[in-house]
Design a protein around this ligand. Structure first.
Ligand code: CMP
Length: 140
């Protein structure tokens, strides 16, 4: 099915200057960039985005990391976009990520793991709306 998913290039990967390299990987598998912006998240924005993780032991470290520098946020659109994007990213822990995935190539740790992607279509709808009004998403 034609889907949309939310992608975030995290502060570590922005600092490594690999935004274009990561965008190329999206484009090579046919994922289209339907919206994009660079943003320094406030603490409240990061906490709200990751609200489902609020009770997890890593929540505070996650929020601190996500506000440590600007992130690049995009909506990706394409056939099976959610799964396609997750395959490109690789496992959450870069030590477990398959060779050739974004996290295997650019992530340093489970906290500084280069990218975020929605885990399901329902999550994607929430995450996209969290950052982009529907008028700013250009499906095509
Ligand atoms: P992300 O896909 O952005 O969603 C939540 C983030 O929490 C995850 O990527 C990791 O960077 C971070 N995190 C840190 N520790 C863990 C953990 N034990 N399990 C899952 N996510 C973790």
């Amino acid at each position: 099915a034609l889907e949309r998913t939310l992608s975030i290039i995290k502060p570590d990967a922005v600092a490594k200057n690999v935004i274009g390299e990561i965008y190329s990987r999206f484009e090579k598998v046919g994922l289209k960039i339907a919206a994009a912006k660079m943003k320094q998240l406030s603490r409240a924005e990061a906490e709200g985005f990751y609200a489902v993780h609020r009770e997890r032991p890593f929540f505070n470290a996650l929020v601190e990391f996500m506000i440590s520098g600007p992130v690049m946020i995009q909506v990706l659109e394409g056939e099976n976009a959610v799964l396609k994007h997750r395959d490109l990213m690789g496992a959450t822990n870069p030590k477990e990520a398959a060779a050739g995935t974004i996290r295997a190539d650019f992530a340093d740790s489970i906290d500084a793991n280069a990218v975020h992607g929605s885990d399901a279509a329902e999550t994607a709808a929430f995450e996209i709306a969290y950052f982009f009004p529907s008028t700013d998403v250009y499906g095509r």
